[in-house]
Design a protein around this ligand. Structure first.
Ligand code: BDP
Length: 674
């Protein structure tokens, strides 16, 4: 068992007759084939696939009954077929009814570079690009792309951005576009559209122009002819994703233009072809005071100035994909602009491919956060899916964790995050628990190792405890790394893995170092974002602004995000802030140990390969959790000067050893104190 089949494990199918429109369509052919190889309903049943207009069906939605799938689009038929098969396989009842996607566009963003490396990738090299003979398309490439597309289609993902937001201009060269075409050809039969990230200065770097000013006629002409070239190769090309004027990337601001000027120019270029521009709002510079406020300050004045085929792509939190952030205040604040949430599926800040982190609860938390921007109930989900504000397009993006590793994602459980992203983009109100159960059933049931287990046994001894483990996993990471609103205190030495509250080489930009974010000092800890501090609270709509502003009403989980508080501040629990913090760190460590026990007990129900792989990773995670706890408590204790509470396991490392461990070149793992 190598995990390559993901949640699409082959199983014995019963015969089925498929009646489909007599249309020569690749998508319908895919749907028919999936039904025939996956049918587990009544043997000899007839299933009708009906393509007809129905006003109650939206986008690529479908109407399902036990023996028919009806949709407005061919994609809708395919998604209905996957849903039918999923229900059969997971034993979920099939109530006749309509299922409509929450978002029109459900995309993966790949941070893959033309040389085959993957930025923040933890599952091997890129599945799309490679260094050697980069442009030769092999049979193996095509097979892998097809498998990838099928996995996406099975969970409703209908678009892929093939390259890094820190885009190389090379991607738009004729050579690379040839490979883009080959990829698009492999994804199309599964309804997955192809998009590209583009570098704003491509007209200069690739086209040899003197400027990339979005208002310059020669620049516009360059983009127009590039778009023409792309659409000749890929007639259903989805459009561009742009990271501009951000983290050193070029952008319209280099020419005194706004984000709207830049986005609109590209939007006009792709409009004749029905293309979209996803323009990222991940912008900040070292000059301003509070990084958390900058995107809002930049984009809110531009509300209403974007073309209707531009979608502003906003990370879930105002800083950067941290284990926990409050939602970005841009959600709901942009009222005349289409806004899409961007989540990070790859675990840059949540343990890479080592830690077990099921991320659906984090995304659910963001999507269900109430922005109050149009009254109570204006959740992030509703502010972005078109139900609160009229927007011509809606979308959700996830930064993919897929690579060439046999199991695609490095950690076997990281597959669940790919799966969960698709399911939530399809229906943003699906519960994390339901998704976890579904994924576990599809991924581990019927695995060779447990034929003897009865269904009831499997449910009680595997499904229930492992679902619980998954649901608790993200909070455990928050607890042992950045509890109570702490954020961005990881080490940058080793690619954002492990603790680094002390981190900051000489000359480093302050806003890239942890002390900027935790502000630990003798007088307390936390970032003061209250009205008398950076005033980031005011970017939230009431009642949130007041609620966040007052430590008495600010939820504990965001306390140190919004407040700088004394170490002996009295928490709602009655404990001091210091004690509470220490207990969170300890709880995180204990949780991981509990995960280890849960997994050990699941052994009889899992194949040996995946059991062993997950067991090993949990062991490493457990040790790393202790390092996080020890590092943060010992580091903060220098300021708090308070004793570690008796209920907390005493540190087994010294701070010095942990700091040395974090200093390149990495020395051997620090010895534990006797
Ligand atoms: C940061 C990553 C960096 C990305 C950036 C982004 O560390 O690699 O380029 O996000 O989203 O979190 O653009």
């Amino acid at each position: 068992e190598d995990g390559h089949q993901l949640w699409l494990r082959p199983h014995a199918a019963t015969p089925v007759t498929v009646v489909a429109p007599a249309k020569n369509s690749v998508l319908l052919a895919t749907a028919r084939q999936e039904l025939q190889q996956g049918w587990q309903g009544r043997a000899g049943a007839t299933v009708t696939l009906a393509l007809k207009k129905d006003k109650a069906i939206r986008y690529d939605g479908f109407r399902l009954s036990t023996q028919s799938v009806q949709a407005n689009t061919e994609r809708g038929i395919l998604y209905g077929v996957y849903e039918l098969l999923r229900r059969q396989q997971t034993g979920q009842a099939l109530a006749d009814g309509i299922s409509n996607p929450s978002y029109e566009h459900r995309l993966l963003n790949h941070w893959d570079n033309p040389d085959g490396s993957v930025e923040r990738g933890y599952a091997g090299q890129s599945i799309f690009w490679r260094k050697d003979s980069a442009l030769v398309v092999t049979k193996r490439d095509q097979k892998l792309w097809q498998e990838y597309a099928r996995a996406n289609a099975s969970i409703g993902i209908n678009g892929s951005v093939l390259n890094n937001v820190n885009a190389s201009p090379l991607i738009l060269s004729a050579e690379y576009l040839g490979r883009v075409k080959a990829i698009a050809d492999a994804l199309r039969p599964y309804g997955v559209k192809t998009y590209l990230s583009v570098k704003f200065s491509s007209p200069v770097l690739l086209g040899g122009l003197k400027t990339a000013d979005p208002l310059d006629p020669a620049v516009i002409k360059w983009w127009q002819s590039k778009a023409k070239e792309i659409y000749q190769q890929v007639p259903d090309f989805g459009g561009f994703l742009v990271k501009a004027s951000s983290e050193g990337q070029p952008g319209p601001q280099d020419y005194g233009r706004t984000h709207a000027d830049g986005a609109n120019m590209l939007a006009d270029v792709v409009r004749p072809y029905g293309g979209l521009v996803m323009w990222r709002a991940f912008v900040y510079s070292p000059s301003d005071k509070d990084r958390a406020k900058q995107a809002y300050n930049e984009f809110v004045p531009l509300d209403g100035k974007f073309r209707d085929n531009v979608i502003v792509q906003v990370k879930n939190g105002p800083v950067d994909f941290q284990p926990r952030e409050p939602f970005s205040p841009l959600f709901g604040a942009l009222k005349k602009t289409a806004v899409m949430p961007e989540f990070q599926i790859t675990q840059e800040y949540l343990g890479h491919e080592i830690d077990l982190a099921y991320l659906a609860p984090m995304w659910e938390e963001c999507l269900q956060s109430d922005t109050y921007q149009a009254g109570p109930g204006s959740t992030v989900a509703r502010c972005t899916d078109g139900s609160v504000y009229r927007q011509a397009h809606s979308a959700m993006a996830g930064v993919s964790n897929v690579g060439l590793d046999t199991n695609w994602t490095g950690h076997d459980f990281a597959q669940a995050n790919w799966y969960a992203f698709g399911r939530l983009a399809w229906n943003s109100s699906t519960k994390s628990a339901q998704i976890a159960e579904e994924w576990l059933k599809l991924t581990f049931q019927n695995a060779a190792a447990q034929p003897a287990a009865s269904a009831a046994d499997w449910n009680a001894k595997f499904l229930t405890p492992v679902t619980q483990l998954m649901l608790a996993s993200r909070e455990a990471i928050v607890d042992y790394s950045m509890p109570m609103g702490l954020h961005h205190i990881m080490s940058a030495t080793h690619g954002h893995y492990g603790p680094g509250p002390w981190w900051g080489p000489p000359g480093m930009r302050a806003d890239w170092t942890p002390p900027y974010y935790h502000q630990a000092a003798a007088n307390g800890v936390g970032f003061d974002r209250t009205k008398t501090g950076s005033d980031a609270v005011s970017q939230y709509h009431e009642p949130l602004a007041s609620q966040f502003n007052d430590p008495a009403t600010c939820p504990d989980q965001y306390l140190l995000w919004f407040h700088h508080l004394p170490w002996d501040f009295k928490m709602k629990s009655g404990r001091t802030l210091w004690d509470e913090l220490a207990l969170h760190y300890d709880r995180g460590v204990q949780q991981v140990r509990q995960f280890q026990r849960t997994w050990d007990q699941a052994q009889p129900y899992v194949d040996a390969e995946r059991f062993g792989a997950v067991q090993n990773k949990l062991r490493t995670q457990s040790g790393n959790a202790v390092m996080w706890k020890d590092a943060c408590l010992l580091y903060f204790q220098q300021f708090s000067r308070m004793p570690i509470p008796a209920a907390v396991e005493p540190p087994m490392h010294t701070l010095e050893a942990l700091i040395i461990y974090d200093t390149p070149p990495r020395p051997p793992r620090p010895a534990r104190q006797p």
